[in-house]
Design a protein around this ligand. Structure first.
Ligand code: AP5
Ligand code: MG
Length: 224
Protein backbone atom coordinates (compact mmCIF):
# COMPACT_ATOMS: atom_id res chain seq x y z
CA UNK A 1 0.00 0.00 0.00
CA UNK A 2 1.28 3.52 -0.78
CA UNK A 3 2.48 5.79 2.01
CA UNK A 4 0.16 8.24 3.76
CA UNK A 5 1.58 11.76 3.81
CA UNK A 6 -0.97 13.97 5.52
CA UNK A 7 -1.31 17.58 6.62
CA UNK A 8 -3.77 18.79 9.25
CA UNK A 9 -4.73 22.40 8.53
CA UNK A 10 -7.04 24.72 10.44
CA UNK A 11 -7.26 27.58 12.91
CA UNK A 12 -5.94 27.37 16.47
CA UNK A 13 -8.31 25.24 18.52
CA UNK A 14 -9.91 23.54 15.50
CA UNK A 15 -8.77 20.17 16.84
CA UNK A 16 -5.59 19.42 14.86
CA UNK A 17 -3.75 17.96 17.86
CA UNK A 18 -6.82 16.02 18.99
CA UNK A 19 -7.33 14.42 15.57
CA UNK A 20 -3.60 13.80 15.21
CA UNK A 21 -3.59 11.63 18.33
CA UNK A 22 -6.52 9.58 17.02
CA UNK A 23 -5.06 9.20 13.52
CA UNK A 24 -1.65 8.25 14.87
CA UNK A 25 -3.30 5.35 16.71
CA UNK A 26 -5.06 4.25 13.50
CA UNK A 27 -2.20 4.38 11.08
CA UNK A 28 0.98 4.35 13.18
CA UNK A 29 2.16 7.54 11.49
CA UNK A 30 4.62 9.83 13.25
CA UNK A 31 2.78 12.93 14.51
CA UNK A 32 4.95 15.88 13.52
CA UNK A 33 3.71 19.04 15.23
CA UNK A 34 5.81 22.18 14.82
CA UNK A 35 4.07 23.68 17.86
CA UNK A 36 5.09 20.69 20.03
CA UNK A 37 8.64 20.74 18.62
CA UNK A 38 9.03 24.46 19.31
CA UNK A 39 7.63 24.10 22.85
CA UNK A 40 10.04 21.23 23.52
CA UNK A 41 12.96 23.37 22.25
CA UNK A 42 11.78 26.25 24.45
CA UNK A 43 11.52 24.01 27.53
CA UNK A 44 14.98 22.60 26.85
CA UNK A 45 16.27 26.19 26.79
CA UNK A 46 18.03 25.81 23.42
CA UNK A 47 18.95 28.92 21.45
CA UNK A 48 16.32 28.09 18.82
CA UNK A 49 13.68 27.46 21.51
CA UNK A 50 14.33 30.73 23.32
CA UNK A 51 14.21 32.69 20.05
CA UNK A 52 10.94 30.94 19.11
CA UNK A 53 9.40 31.70 22.52
CA UNK A 54 9.42 35.45 21.77
CA UNK A 55 7.14 34.88 18.77
CA UNK A 56 4.97 32.18 20.33
CA UNK A 57 4.19 34.25 23.44
CA UNK A 58 2.83 37.00 21.19
CA UNK A 59 0.92 34.59 18.98
CA UNK A 60 3.08 35.47 15.97
CA UNK A 61 4.59 32.96 13.55
CA UNK A 62 8.18 31.88 14.10
CA UNK A 63 10.20 32.91 11.00
CA UNK A 64 9.86 30.60 8.00
CA UNK A 65 13.58 29.80 7.76
CA UNK A 66 13.65 28.42 11.32
CA UNK A 67 10.54 26.28 11.01
CA UNK A 68 11.34 25.00 7.52
CA UNK A 69 14.80 23.87 8.67
CA UNK A 70 13.29 22.09 11.66
CA UNK A 71 10.68 20.22 9.62
CA UNK A 72 12.86 19.19 6.70
CA UNK A 73 15.31 17.67 9.14
CA UNK A 74 12.50 15.86 10.97
CA UNK A 75 11.00 14.43 7.77
CA UNK A 76 14.36 12.90 6.88
CA UNK A 77 14.26 10.77 10.07
CA UNK A 78 13.77 7.03 9.57
CA UNK A 79 10.30 6.90 11.12
CA UNK A 80 8.95 9.52 8.69
CA UNK A 81 10.18 7.83 5.52
CA UNK A 82 7.02 5.74 5.03
CA UNK A 83 4.48 8.41 5.88
CA UNK A 84 3.81 11.31 8.24
CA UNK A 85 1.11 13.41 9.78
CA UNK A 86 1.97 17.11 9.86
CA UNK A 87 0.15 19.27 12.41
CA UNK A 88 0.67 23.04 12.29
CA UNK A 89 2.96 22.98 9.26
CA UNK A 90 2.90 24.45 6.67
CA UNK A 91 1.45 27.74 7.84
CA UNK A 92 2.59 30.04 5.03
CA UNK A 93 2.82 29.70 1.26
CA UNK A 94 6.60 29.78 1.58
CA UNK A 95 6.53 26.82 3.99
CA UNK A 96 4.22 24.92 1.65
CA UNK A 97 6.57 25.55 -1.27
CA UNK A 98 9.60 24.30 0.68
CA UNK A 99 7.74 21.15 1.71
CA UNK A 100 6.56 20.50 -1.86
CA UNK A 101 10.11 20.83 -3.20
CA UNK A 102 11.55 18.53 -0.58
CA UNK A 103 8.96 15.83 -1.27
CA UNK A 104 9.34 16.13 -5.02
CA UNK A 105 13.12 15.78 -4.67
CA UNK A 106 12.54 12.41 -3.02
CA UNK A 107 9.78 11.38 -5.44
CA UNK A 108 7.22 11.55 -2.68
CA UNK A 109 3.91 13.34 -2.71
CA UNK A 110 1.18 14.48 -0.35
CA UNK A 111 -1.84 12.21 0.04
CA UNK A 112 -4.24 14.87 1.32
CA UNK A 113 -4.58 18.11 3.27
CA UNK A 114 -7.25 17.72 5.94
CA UNK A 115 -8.84 21.08 6.70
CA UNK A 116 -10.69 21.35 10.04
CA UNK A 117 -13.13 24.24 9.86
CA UNK A 118 -14.42 25.98 13.00
CA UNK A 119 -15.59 29.56 13.65
CA UNK A 120 -13.51 32.00 15.73
CA UNK A 121 -15.86 32.20 18.72
CA UNK A 122 -15.95 28.43 19.12
CA UNK A 123 -12.19 28.04 19.03
CA UNK A 124 -11.72 30.79 21.62
CA UNK A 125 -14.09 28.85 23.92
CA UNK A 126 -12.26 25.60 23.28
CA UNK A 127 -8.83 27.01 23.90
CA UNK A 128 -9.86 28.59 27.21
CA UNK A 129 -10.70 25.11 28.59
CA UNK A 130 -7.80 23.26 27.01
CA UNK A 131 -5.31 21.33 29.14
CA UNK A 132 -2.24 19.54 27.78
CA UNK A 133 -0.02 16.94 29.36
CA UNK A 134 3.41 17.99 30.45
CA UNK A 135 5.19 14.98 29.00
CA UNK A 136 3.86 14.48 25.45
CA UNK A 137 1.39 17.32 24.87
CA UNK A 138 -1.71 15.06 24.74
CA UNK A 139 -4.77 17.28 24.57
CA UNK A 140 -7.89 17.51 26.82
CA UNK A 141 -10.71 19.95 27.50
CA UNK A 142 -12.16 20.50 30.97
CA UNK A 143 -15.75 20.20 29.63
CA UNK A 144 -15.63 18.75 26.10
CA UNK A 145 -12.98 16.06 26.53
CA UNK A 146 -12.09 15.66 30.22
CA UNK A 147 -9.42 13.17 31.36
CA UNK A 148 -10.59 10.15 33.38
CA UNK A 149 -8.63 11.38 36.43
CA UNK A 150 -8.82 15.18 36.74
CA UNK A 151 -5.48 16.89 36.22
CA UNK A 152 -3.72 13.81 34.82
CA UNK A 153 -3.14 12.45 31.32
CA UNK A 154 -5.03 9.22 30.43
CA UNK A 155 -2.19 8.08 28.20
CA UNK A 156 0.96 8.66 30.25
CA UNK A 157 -0.32 9.82 33.66
CA UNK A 158 1.65 13.07 33.60
CA UNK A 159 0.29 16.31 35.01
CA UNK A 160 -1.98 18.51 32.85
CA UNK A 161 -1.24 22.21 32.39
CA UNK A 162 -2.38 25.25 30.40
CA UNK A 163 -0.33 26.52 27.48
CA UNK A 164 1.42 29.88 27.88
CA UNK A 165 -0.09 31.20 24.63
CA UNK A 166 -3.67 30.28 25.56
CA UNK A 167 -4.51 33.69 27.11
CA UNK A 168 -7.51 35.22 25.33
CA UNK A 169 -5.65 38.22 23.82
CA UNK A 170 -2.91 35.96 22.46
CA UNK A 171 -5.52 33.57 21.05
CA UNK A 172 -7.21 36.48 19.23
CA UNK A 173 -3.87 37.41 17.70
CA UNK A 174 -3.21 33.79 16.69
CA UNK A 175 -6.58 33.84 14.91
CA UNK A 176 -5.72 37.07 13.07
CA UNK A 177 -2.39 35.57 12.03
CA UNK A 178 -4.18 32.43 10.84
CA UNK A 179 -6.62 34.39 8.68
CA UNK A 180 -3.90 36.57 7.17
CA UNK A 181 -1.01 34.16 6.67
CA UNK A 182 -2.30 30.58 6.77
CA UNK A 183 -5.75 30.76 5.18
CA UNK A 184 -4.26 31.35 1.70
CA UNK A 185 -3.09 27.72 1.89
CA UNK A 186 -6.70 26.60 1.49
CA UNK A 187 -6.81 27.90 -2.09
CA UNK A 188 -3.23 26.73 -2.67
CA UNK A 189 -4.05 23.10 -1.86
CA UNK A 190 -7.51 23.27 -3.41
CA UNK A 191 -5.88 24.19 -6.75
CA UNK A 192 -3.65 21.13 -6.41
CA UNK A 193 -6.65 18.85 -5.77
CA UNK A 194 -5.41 17.89 -2.31
CA UNK A 195 -7.82 19.69 0.01
CA UNK A 196 -10.46 17.77 2.00
CA UNK A 197 -12.80 19.77 4.25
CA UNK A 198 -14.18 18.62 7.62
CA UNK A 199 -16.71 20.23 9.92
CA UNK A 200 -14.58 20.83 13.01
CA UNK A 201 -17.61 21.83 15.11
CA UNK A 202 -18.66 18.18 15.40
CA UNK A 203 -17.46 15.97 18.24
CA UNK A 204 -13.89 14.64 18.11
CA UNK A 205 -15.21 11.12 17.37
CA UNK A 206 -17.45 12.32 14.53
CA UNK A 207 -14.64 14.32 12.93
CA UNK A 208 -12.35 11.32 13.28
CA UNK A 209 -14.86 8.98 11.62
CA UNK A 210 -15.27 11.37 8.68
CA UNK A 211 -11.51 11.62 8.21
CA UNK A 212 -11.14 7.83 8.33
CA UNK A 213 -13.89 7.42 5.74
CA UNK A 214 -12.23 9.97 3.45
CA UNK A 215 -8.82 8.30 3.78
CA UNK A 216 -10.33 4.88 3.09
CA UNK A 217 -11.88 6.21 -0.14
CA UNK A 218 -8.61 7.86 -1.18
CA UNK A 219 -6.70 4.63 -0.65
CA UNK A 220 -9.26 2.61 -2.61
CA UNK A 221 -8.97 5.08 -5.48
CA UNK A 222 -5.18 4.80 -5.40
CA UNK A 223 -5.26 1.01 -5.49
CA UNK A 224 -7.58 0.87 -8.51
P1 AP5 B 1 0.44 25.28 17.47
O1 AP5 B 1 0.89 24.51 18.65
O2 AP5 B 1 0.41 24.62 16.15
O3 AP5 B 1 -0.96 25.93 17.82
P2 AP5 B 1 -2.26 26.33 16.93
O4 AP5 B 1 -2.18 26.17 15.47
O5 AP5 B 1 -2.60 27.67 17.44
O6 AP5 B 1 -3.25 25.25 17.24
P3 AP5 B 1 -3.66 24.69 18.63
O7 AP5 B 1 -2.63 23.70 19.06
O8 AP5 B 1 -3.95 25.84 19.56
O9 AP5 B 1 -5.04 24.02 18.30
P4 AP5 B 1 -5.39 22.59 17.70
O10 AP5 B 1 -6.02 22.77 16.36
O11 AP5 B 1 -4.23 21.64 17.80
O12 AP5 B 1 -6.55 22.16 18.68
P5 AP5 B 1 -6.59 21.05 19.85
O13 AP5 B 1 -6.70 19.69 19.28
O14 AP5 B 1 -5.52 21.31 20.85
O15 AP5 B 1 1.37 26.57 17.32
C1 AP5 B 1 1.69 27.39 18.43
C2 AP5 B 1 2.65 28.49 18.03
O16 AP5 B 1 3.89 27.91 17.55
C3 AP5 B 1 2.19 29.40 16.88
O17 AP5 B 1 1.39 30.45 17.35
C4 AP5 B 1 3.54 29.88 16.32
O18 AP5 B 1 4.09 30.89 17.13
C5 AP5 B 1 4.41 28.65 16.45
N1 AP5 B 1 4.37 27.80 15.24
C6 AP5 B 1 3.90 26.51 15.16
N2 AP5 B 1 4.00 26.04 13.90
C7 AP5 B 1 4.53 27.04 13.16
C8 AP5 B 1 4.85 27.17 11.78
N3 AP5 B 1 4.64 26.17 10.91
N4 AP5 B 1 5.37 28.35 11.36
C9 AP5 B 1 5.60 29.37 12.22
N5 AP5 B 1 5.32 29.32 13.53
C10 AP5 B 1 4.79 28.16 14.00
O19 AP5 B 1 -8.03 21.40 20.49
C11 AP5 B 1 -8.27 22.61 21.21
C12 AP5 B 1 -9.20 22.33 22.43
O20 AP5 B 1 -10.48 21.96 21.95
C13 AP5 B 1 -8.72 21.16 23.31
O21 AP5 B 1 -9.03 21.45 24.64
C14 AP5 B 1 -9.54 19.97 22.80
O22 AP5 B 1 -9.78 19.01 23.83
C15 AP5 B 1 -10.85 20.62 22.34
N6 AP5 B 1 -11.41 19.99 21.15
C16 AP5 B 1 -10.73 19.53 20.06
N7 AP5 B 1 -11.59 19.04 19.13
C17 AP5 B 1 -12.84 19.22 19.65
C18 AP5 B 1 -14.15 18.90 19.16
N8 AP5 B 1 -14.33 18.34 17.94
N9 AP5 B 1 -15.21 19.23 19.95
C19 AP5 B 1 -15.02 19.81 21.17
N10 AP5 B 1 -13.81 20.10 21.69
C20 AP5 B 1 -12.73 19.81 20.93
MG1 MG C 1 -2.23 21.78 18.47
Amino acid sequence: MSELNLILLGPPGAGKGTQATLLTEDFGLPHVSTGDMLRAARDAGSELGLAAKEYMDKGELVPDAVVIGLILERLADDDARDGFLLDGFPRTIEQAGALGQQLEGHERRLTAVLLLEAPDELVVQRISGRRICRKEGHVYHVDFDPPKHPGHCDIDGSELEQRDDDREDTVRNRLDVYHAQTEPLIAYYEERGLLRRFDGTRSPRQVHERIRATLATLRLEEDL
